[in-house]
Design a protein around this ligand. Structure first.
Ligand SMILES: *Cc1c(COP(=O)(O)O)cnc(C)c1O
Length: 376
C-alpha cells in the first residue's frame, strides 16, 4: 500500500471556499493592486489581534523586517544582535541596510536567542536586537527588553513563525519597538506571499509606510522625499488574509492538538527530545520539531531520506547563519561559542505539521520515526 500513499507535506495550507469568496469580491471590484479595502481591513484586523496601534502590510516578511529596522533607525555600520539559528532573512534584512548582524547562540532547551549571552556582545556600535520566536516558541523577552533599555537599543521582534504565541500572557510581535509576521505559504496564517509590520509607535509606522510606497509624499503627487521601495501587499493577498483570520483560532487549536499527539507518541523514546516550553511561554506549534540525540554520523540525514521514501516530507533545522558563505567569519566567536546552535542544527528535524493532517497521519509519521530509530 505504501507505494500509493500520498506525500505528507511538512506544511499544507488550508485554503478553500472562504478565500475564494473574498478573492472573487476583490476581483469583481477590480481591486487587484494594493489599492483596495481588503488591505485596510486586514491591517485593522491584524492590529486588533496583536493589540498594536498600527499595522502595515508588506509584500513579505523579509520586507516587513527591512522596513521595521529602517524605520526604527538602524543605519549603515550599526551592529544588530541576531540569533544564529533562524531563517536567513533575519540576518539579510540587517545586511540590506549595510548594518552588521552579530550572532548570538541559542538556548539549549527552547532554541531562541540566549538572553544571557547578549550582554557580552554589546559594543558602542550596537543599536538593535532581533529576538526570533523560533518555531512558535517566544524568546525570553523581559530580560532582552531590559538589556535593550539599559543600552538604548531598538528591539524588533521577528514573529514570522509565531502568530498567536504569548509571552507572559502578552501576544508576541508588539512587545518591543516593532515586530513583523510572515504570511508565506507554509506559515501559520498565509496570504501566499505577504508580511506585516506591527508597532505602537506612530513615527515607526509613518516612516515604514513612506518607505513602503516609494517614499511618495502623501500630499504632493509624484514628489519623493526619500529613496523608498515598493514593498506593498496586494488586495488579493489581503483578501486571502481576511479569510485566514476567520479560521485562525481553529488553526491554532489544531496545531496544538498535532503537537500533543506527537509528544504522546514520541515521549517514550530516549533518543528524542522536544523544544521545551518555558513557564513564561504559551507557544504555538508552527512546525513540530524534534532532536534526534544520536551521534552516529549522518543519522539524522539518513532518517530524513528514509522518511521521504515512506512518503513523509520533513525538514532539517536551519544551519547556523554564521556558517554560511555570506556571513562566514563575521561571528563573534571570541565572545561566545555556538555550541547549542551547532548541536540543534545538526540533530533537529521538523515533522509534518499541516492543519489538514489526521490523527492517523500523525501516528504513521511517529511510527516510521520510531521504527527507524529502533533499528539502530
Ligand atoms: C519565514 C520567515 C521570514 C521571512 O518571511 P518571508 O515572508 O518568507 O519573507 C523571516 N524570519 C523567519 C524566522 C521566518 O521563518
Amino acid at each position: 500500500m505504501s507505494g500509493n500513499q500520498e506525500l505528507l507535506r511538512v506544511s499544507t495550507p488550508e485554503v478553500g471556499d472562504r478565500e475564494l469568496h473574498y478573492l472573487k469580491e476583490a476581483l469583481n471590484r477590480g481591486e487587484i493592486s494594493s489599492q483596495g479595502s481588503f488591505v485596510r481591513d486586514f491591517e485593522d484586523r491584524f492590529a486588533k489581534f496583536v493589540g498594536s496601534k498600527f499595522a502595515l502590510t508588506t509584500s513579505n516578511g523579509t520586507t516587513a523586517l527591512h522596513l521595521a529596522l529602517l524605520a526604527a533607525g538602524i543605519k549603515e555600520g550599526d551592529e544588530v544582535i541576531v540569533p544564529s539559528i533562524t531563517f536567513i532573512a533575519t540576518a539579510n534584512a540587517v545586511k540590506y541596510i549595510g548594518a552588521v548582524p552579530v550572532f548570538v547562540d541559542i538556548h539549549d532547551t527552547y532554541w531562541c536567542m540566549d538572553e544571557l549571552a547578549i550582554s557580552s556582545l554589546i559594543t558602542e556600535k550596537t543599536k538593535g536586537i532581533i529576538p526570533v520566536h523560533i518555531y512558535g516558541h517566544p524568546a525570553n523577552m523581559d530580560p532582552i527588553l531590559k538589556i535593550a533599555k539599559e543600552h538604548n537599543l531598538v528591539v524588533v521582534e521577528d514573529a514570522a513563525e509565531a502568530h498567536g504565541a504569548r509571552y507572559r500572557n502578552r501576544i508576541v510581535g508588539n512587545l518591543g519597538h516593532a515586530g513583523i509576521f510572515s504570511f508565506y505559504g507554509n506559515k501559520i496564517l498565509t496570504t501566499g506571499e505577504g508580511g506585516i509590520l506591527v508597532t505602537d509607535s506612530e513615527s515607526i509606522y509613518e516612516k515604514a509606510k513612506l518607505l513602503r510606497d516609494h517614499g511618495a509624499d502623501p500630499e504632493k503627487r509624484f514628489w519623493h522625499s526619500v529613496v523608498g521601495y515598493n514593498y506593498r501587499m496586494t488586495n488579493l493577498q489581503a483578501a486571502l488574509g481576511m479569510a485566514q483570520m476567520e479560521k485562525f483560532e481553529e488553526f491554532l487549536k489544531k496545531r496544538e492538538k498535532i503537537s500533543e499527539i506527537y509528544q504522546d507518541l514520541l515521549i517514550s523514546e530516549d533518543m528524542i527530545s522536544f523544544q521545551e516550553p518555558q513557564n513564561w511561554a504559551d507557544s504555538v506549534c508552527w512546525v513540530f520539531t524534534i532532536l534526534i540525540n544520536c551521534d552516529v554520523i549522518d543519522f539524522r540525514d539518513n532518517l530524513i531520506r528514509h522518511l521521504r521514501e515512506k512518503q513523509i516530507e520533513t525538514r532539517p533545522i536551519f544551519y547556523p547563519i554564521h556558517k554560511m558563505p555570506p556571513y562566514e567569519g563575521t561571528s563573534s566567536l571570541e565572545h561566545t561559542g555556538f555550541t547549542n546552535s551547532e548541536y540543534v542544527s545538526a540533530h533537529g528535524i521538523s515533522l509534518p505539521t499541516s492543519v489538514t493532517m489526521t490523527e492517523d497521519d500523525i501516528r504513521r509519521v511517529s511510527k516510521e520515526v520510531k521504527d527507524y530509530i529502533s533499528r539502530l
